[in-house]
Design a binder for this molecule. Structure first.
Ligand code: HEC
Ligand code: HEC
Ligand code: HEC
Length: 347
């Protein structure tokens, strides 16, 4: 006897299969326990699906410059604080409880080699469903993701000593209630608050303590987006925020360099661009005024801040005081951002 395949029979078969699947899920026989692991075939199938998904999405949506080699300290510090518990790090084993998950986080010293920079960028930005691998914890901070791509890339060759040098500084601190906290901050900002020579790191010394305190609060609540600082500020108490802001603000740093360089940049800082309704930066950012000090700040950091504000689509009302800098940043001609940043930095 031959069975003819008709549309009606094909559909009936599909419906029957779907029902059987539902019945299986409803019966509770499927073991969702993480402790039972995946069958080899499931493991292979899930990883194959993941690889295909990453390859396709990364090809279409990851930027063409997915990696930034400057700023390894902030990436390493974030990795230590929020990735190493699952993945481990050079000389550091992952937490056993994290390795008991299904699937366990892979050793990146091995797996990083399997992916292109664009693919790593995509994985870091979006995370991986059903695995515990989280997406990037801040919106519109591709610059932070790029630095982490560069760090992950180096993991296969990184020695424990290099990892320690990136994430710790010796002798970080004064004795007192905040010693342990300050040591963590110093891992990135340096014991002197100057940012360990890293271009993405703002100089904290000489800054207004009120402004630094407000910045910590804004990071903790997500009003200011940065995965790096959100993580560092999330568990600070209000008292710690105030004391840490004061601790770093009283150090020497900003305000000791005189702005210098490009003449057009100098004019915008001192006089603004009346034709574009761009006010003079110095009308607010000047000694004795309640605004952050810019003189002597890192040029890369200033430029990044300005570009980030320009990209902020949600702020439209110039009359709200919160919206001051986004409006100002958008009125700066694009080709003047880097010269203005360099001028303010005094370089
Ligand atoms: C809760 C645990 C967990 C945390 C925290 C975590 N990951 Fe993952 N990560 C995973 C798991 C599980 C996978 C495997 C996903 C897969 O292969 O399907 C993964 C995959 C990856 C991959 C792709 C490697 C591969 O072959 O799958 C990279 C790169 C990565 N993680 C980097 C990071 C970075 C950087 C951080 C910190 C910002 C981080 N992860 C935080 C669990 C974690
Ligand atoms: C893992 C690295 C890292 C750690 C740890 C860290 N920071 Fe930061 N911090 C940064 C980076 C990078 C920025 C710039 C973030 C941005 O782009 O907004 C920053 C910005 C700041 C700012 C804003 C400065 C300004 O001019 O707006 C303050 C204040 C600050 N950090 C204080 C602290 C304190 C206090 C601690 C310790 C509790 C700390 N940071 C720990 C890397 C770090
Ligand atoms: C009307 C007053 C005003 C003017 C004019 C002004 N700013 Fe600002 N600026 C602010 C305020 C307020 C902040 C703090 C914003 C915050 O906390 O989010 C700020 C913050 C900044 C920061 C961030 C500092 C840090 O440490 O993160 C930069 C960079 C900056 N301004 C650059 C400029 C430049 C460049 C100009 C001129 C083109 C300018 N500002 C003109 C009020 C002003």
């Amino acid at each position: 006897m031959t069975i003819r395949i008709t549309w009606a029979r094909a559909i009936a078969a599909i419906v029957a299969l779907a029902l059987a699947g539902l019945l299986f899920a409803w019966s509770g026989v499927f073991n969702i326990a993480a402790s039972s692991g995946h069958w080899k075939i499931t493991d292979w199938f899930l990883h194959w699906t993941m690889r295909n998904s990453v390859r396709t999405h990364a090809a279409f949506t990851a930027p063409d410059d997915p990696k930034a080699n400057e700023g390894l300290v902030s990436a390493a510090g974030l990795f230590r604080a929020s990735c190493a518990s699952c993945h481990g790090a050079p000389g550091v084993r992952p937490l056993p409880v994290m390795q008991a998950a299904t699937p366990p986080a892979p050793d990146l010293a091995v797996n990083a080699r399997e992916w292109t920079d664009k693919q790593i960028f995509w994985i870091l930005k979006h995370g991986v469903k059903y695995t515990g691998m989280p997406g990037w914890a801040a919106k519109d901070r591709d610059d932070e993701v790029r630095r982490m791509v560069a760090f992950v890339r180096l993991l296969p060759e990184m020695s424990p000593a290099t990892y320690r040098a990136l994430t710790e500084v010796p002798g970080s601190g004064t004795a007192g209630p905040d010693t342990a906290r300050i040591a963590v901050c110093a891992g990135c900002h340096g014991t002197d608050g100057r940012g360990r020579g890293q271009s993405d790191m703002p100089v904290l010394g000489g800054q207004s303590p009120v402004y630094l305190r407000a910045a910590l609060q804004a990071y903790a609540t997500g009003k200011r987006q940065s995965a790096v600082m959100a993580n560092a500020a999330a568990t600070l108490t209000p008292g710690e925020m105030t004391r840490l802001a004061r601790h770093f603000a009283t150090m020497p740093g900003l305000g000791t360099t005189t702005a210098s360089g490009n003449a057009n940049a100098a004019r915008i800082v001192r006089e603004g661009l009346p034709a574009k309704q761009l006010p003079a930066c110095a009308s607010c950012h000047a000694p004795g005024k309640p605004y952050p000090v810019l003189a002597g700040q890192s040029a890369t950091y200033i430029a990044q801040r300005l570009r980030n504000w320009r990209g902020d689509e949600t702020v439209v009302d110039a009359r709200k005081s919160q919206a001051t800098m986004p409006v100002i940043a958008r009125r700066i001609p694009e080709d003047m951002i880097d010269p203005i940043a360099a001028y303010l930095a005094g370089k």
